[in-house]
Design a protein around this ligand. Structure first.
Ligand SMILES: *[C@@H]1O[C@H](CO)[C@@H](O)[C@H](O)[C@H]1NC(C)=O
Ligand SMILES: *[C@@H]1O[C@H](CO)[C@@H](O)[C@H](O)[C@H]1NC(C)=O
Length: 414
């Protein structure tokens, strides 16, 4: 069943022709626009102001361009007053001085360009019909402006670029603790895409700054980026991550055990450190994650003949042979997750939709159009896991078996 609202994708399509890093953040701009548009009809008044972090510059906690980072906060109410959901915004990464210089002229690199208000929906909705378990909790959306999943710490003086993701993380946490997070009873740290990766990177240190008796768990949405070869056999995502980690000085923020065992940039891949995370983790990830298909498995540069041109943008347009290769990607993901699947505190919702980031939009989080596995929405599955109502290890059957998917199509306006 196709959700007509998800068809509003067109404006973003042009980004996929540009280079990797640009496309990576173009994606989020688009996604942001989509969530903005799609929630308008549901909750027209649900706007939340941007707050810039106080004393950020004194702490060197600044966006790529040196501006103060920001977040959006809305108070909880009723029985949710002492509970918190944090959501870390996504938006790819920048891996070169050139791509970071472009990024610093956008909302993903500078608070000067951030919207002053955003709509809260999906996991950030305050409507119990859209967000049954977390609607009355305090809500925070962390804006992403460092380009390295809140984990860099260096500076390029000659180019006036600041790589301060780690310091931004710490400064935002200090400020949230001071406005009530330090009294939290139940907390869920979440994030999508590059923000899902940030969620995994910071999950245990986040747990460490909160009260010992609080319940703290982490939800990574579309943040499980696989260390896979592309269709031509190149390790493109691996070299891209290596560039990001080296350019931005990320190694000190990564899992110590992992960094001790291998090349630090490998530890940017969740598969290398997820088993070391002590805090309970839930993974929401489509096995046919369109971002990973477009940038990890079939980057445009790896398809000079254009035989993947349609398939990489729309799973419905793949040939049977191409579908086999996409199934191979799913198999790699499931194999990589097999150890995590045994983790008794962990949860997962690995559906077979052609999508990416499913917790922030009400349409995919919890609605009559939502993707389901065993008749449960993502919101219901995450709630069952968070509150220990049941074990949640939801793994969908292979594409195209699930009729509840709204598979994205980035080709149809061409
Ligand atoms: C950049 O400038 C700052 C302040 O002048 C200095 O502390 C820092 O060491 C410089 N960093 C590099 C990489 O040159
Ligand atoms: C699926 O769940 C809904 C409630 O969310 C329920 O009304 C419906 O009967 C269920 N369908 C099946 C086939 O179990």
């Amino acid at each position: 069943m196709a959700n007509p609202r998800l068809r509003l994708l067109l404006p973003w399509r042009k980004f996929s022709k540009r280079d990797w890093a640009i496309a990576a953040f173009g994606f989020t701009i688009f996604f942001f626009a989509l969530s903005f548009t799609s929630t308008k009809t549901i909750a027209p008044l649900d706007l939340v102001d941007l707050t810039l972090v106080r004393h950020a510059k004194d702490k060197g906690a600044v966006c790529l361009d040196g501006s103060a980072p920001g977040y959006h906060f809305r108070s909880g109410f009723g029985s949710g007053s002492n509970n918190w959901v944090l959501h870390i915004e996504g938006g790819g990464w920048c891996n070169t001085v050139a791509s970071c210089l472009i990024r610093k002229t956008t909302a993903l690199g500078s608070s000067n360009y951030m919207e002053r208000q955003v709509r809260f929906s999906g996991i950030l909705s305050h409507d119990s019909s859209q967000n049954p378990d977390f609607f009355d909790w305090n809500k925070v959306k962390l804006r992403y402006c460092d380009g390295a999943s809140f984990a860099g710490n260096s500076q390029k003086n000659e180019t006036q670029l600041f790589f301060r993701g780690q310091r931004i993380w710490e400064a935002v946490m200090d400020e949230l603790l001071s406005i009530g997070l330090s009294n939290a009873k139940q907390v869920l740290l979440s994030g999508c895409s590059a923000g899902g990766l940030a969620t995994l990177i910071h999950c245990d240190d986040f747990r460490g700054i909160l009260p010992k008796d609080a319940t703290v768990k982490c939800l990574a949405d579309a943040g499980f980026f696989l260390d896979e070869k592309d269709v031509t056999g190149n390790r493109r995502i691996r070299s891209f991550y290596s560039d990001v980690v080296h350019l931005q000085g990320v190694a000190n923020s990564l899992d110590k055990d992992c960094v001790g065992r291998m090349e630090p940039s490998q530890c940017f891949f969740p598969q290398e450190f997820i088993k070391n995370i002590k805090t309970p983790v839930f993974l929401v990830n489509p096995a046919y994650d369109f971002w990973q298909i477009q940038y990890v498995l079939i980057p445009a540069e790896s398809d000079p003949s254009g035989k993947w041109a349609k398939c990489r943008l729309s799973i419905q347009k793949c040939s049977p042979a191409q579908i086999e290769i996409l199934h191979g990607f799913r198999n790699s993901m499931l194999k990589t997750l097999s150890e995590f699947q045994q983790n008794k505190d962990g949860g997962m919702f690995i559906n077979s939709c052609f999508s990416h980031c499913q917790t922030l939009m009400t349409e995919t989080w919890h609605s009559p159009y939502s993707p389901r596995i065993n008749n449960k929405t993502i919101a219901e599955s995450v709630g069952d896991w968070y509150f220990n109502r049941k074990l949640v290890k939801q793994i969908d059957c292979p594409y195209p078996c699930n009729p509840t998917c709204s598979n994205m199509d980035f080709t149809w306006h061409r």
